[in-house]
Design a protein around this ligand. Sequence first.
Ligand SMILES: Cc1ncc(C[n+]2csc(CCOP(=O)(O)OP(=O)(O)O)c2C)c(N)n1
Length: 682
Amino acid sequence: MSSEASQQALEQSCIDTVRFLAVDAVQKANSGHPGMPMGAAAMAHTLFTRHLRFDPSDPAWPDRDRFVLSAGHGSMLLYSLLHLTGYDLSLDDLRAFRQWGSKTPGHPEYAHTAGVETTTGPLGQGFATAVGMAVAERFLGATFNGDGPSVMDHFTYVIAGDGDMMEGVSGEAASFAGHQKLGKLIVLYDDNHISIDGSTDLAFTEDVCARFAAYEWHVQRVADGNDVEAVDAAIAAAKAETGRPSIIAIRTHIGCGSPNKQDTSACHGAPLGKDEVRLSKECCGWPLEPDFFVPAEVKAFYEAAGARGAAAHGEWTQRHAAWSAADASRTAAWDAAWSHALPDGWDADLPLFKPEDGGVATRSASGKVINALAPHLPTLIGGSADLAPSNNTAIKDVPAQQASTPAGRNFHFGVREFAMAAVANGLAVHGGIRPYVATFFVFSDYMRPAIRLAALMGLPVTYVFTHDSIGVGEDGPTHQPVEHLAILRATPNCVELRPADANETVEAWKVALQNDDGPVALMLTRQNLPTIDRNVYARASGVARGAYVLADAAGSAAPAVILMASGSEVQLVLAAHERLAAEGVRSRVVNMASFRLFERQDAAYRQSVLPASCRCRLAVEAAVSFGWDRWVGDGGEIIGLDHFGTSAPAGTIFEQFGFTAENVYQRAKALVGRAAPAGVTE
Ligand SMILES: Cc1ncc(C[n+]2csc(CCOP(=O)(O)OP(=O)(O)O)c2C)c(N)n1
């Protein structure tokens, strides 16, 4: 055999190894998706062995190429390659595919399996997250590289399937990426014409390539997905095209090698079955025994690819050392960015708002905070889905993030909320960045699937959600969130924070910047709120504990009534409290800025804020009452909004729906009256 032919045979053996590791793992688990890995094995093999720059011994190396398997259901494709190339993933880990506690869950999970760059499975989001990674690379390169050796210069690769292409979020993200001319983003499209219902012809007949050409992408086609040389050449051409993102539509065959199931949806989401596994192995000339078979020369071939990456990493380390020596302050900023540390003095310029300066909308306070933080945190970047002037998210005197200004810190996401949130996830998982993104709170619905993934992955993304209630006013119920707080509160690991005034907004941002293991959503008002006099009431820093006693009756006796509220309704309960106090009622105001942060406090603190002895509790929030019963208990009441809002001036709406200090006072008084004599202590 010529050396070329023996090389070809070896690579075929590599591809078959990947295929049959996936087949065997799915068969053993009796659950999973064998078809996708079988069809896409050749393109993934080509990418991993000829292009992708990675070091299995250091999966966190900042300048590695990023790889996203957007078709996350094909997870065994990724796990097989991670095992073969030398990541910390053993053959036994593959044997434990989809089992309790294994490193090989059904879909790839970020921070769970070494080498998995982001959680995928919800189709379309991997693609959009990769766009965020690519823009992170460009921003960090433009910000840090300087004129000498570069420390940030890598590609972002994606394997995406038909399902990814059908999802709207990939369209939003592709449109953004095309506009941004993200030349180092390369998508391999597993164009196999099959999804779960059967042929994609049932629902998806457009010309995907023409669509991406219209998005201003560089588009190529490969007619035979098993042609390693053709795939290789297309990836090389995509890398050479630096002015546009690239997509390569690679015609593949789901279940490739399975004589009875190839090109059918039967091999999409179910094991091939024992007989078909045998037939497939026979068909490919693969040994029937043992299962999970990895020929020694195959392992050596893949480990050599990993070793080449390790060598590239070594060169980078030298470049980084030279770069580092050239500029100590730049290096300090880089180190802080990658370790997510807050540099000394980061909060030195944060504003302090005085009551006598008049009312301030918390969205406007947030804008001032962002601008006070920006000089200290060079990788605090973000923007809005076309609402920057309303969300107050722009950093002043710095350029927008555009192809012509890649170090720009202000993102114009366009009216693409879902892609914006997924891009933010990509910025966060890439590392080195502190992303924030913004829209009206009501449109957080459009971002919800990406917020969920941020929470699941534990990503420090900050959401700036302004126009947080019926305070929106005339725009009416379409623009007035009512159920959205409850949704965030129901989302595990998501911190929701609704500050009551400008100074609490400062504190809320501090919380966001220090919450490293999950997203923080800041709900901010459109309308002005009075600045609470902190000489009279408790300090604004209390919001860091979620709920705190803002005002209390004198002395140490337990309160007779607890008034609770968040955000703009805190001023109402404060006013009612003053009247009650003047009448000798032992009233307490608890500012419930964040359910989640309060839940995280220990029982003693929670008890000190909401003593069990006081069952007379009134919660006030211009949102659905769902969830508040937990805090008010059986003896309490809720002034909420268990219906949609309406179009009218904000003041009128608050009044008509009972959100007035007068109503809070009357309801509290009635509650205390009913609870008397036990409830009133004096
Ligand atoms: C948002 C979302 N909707 C639905 C699913 C369920 N699902 C998993 S794979 C799949 C079909 C995907 O088809 P394709 O991308 O062509 O994958 P292939 O059949 O080639 O494996 C669907 C609907 C999902 N994972 N994510």
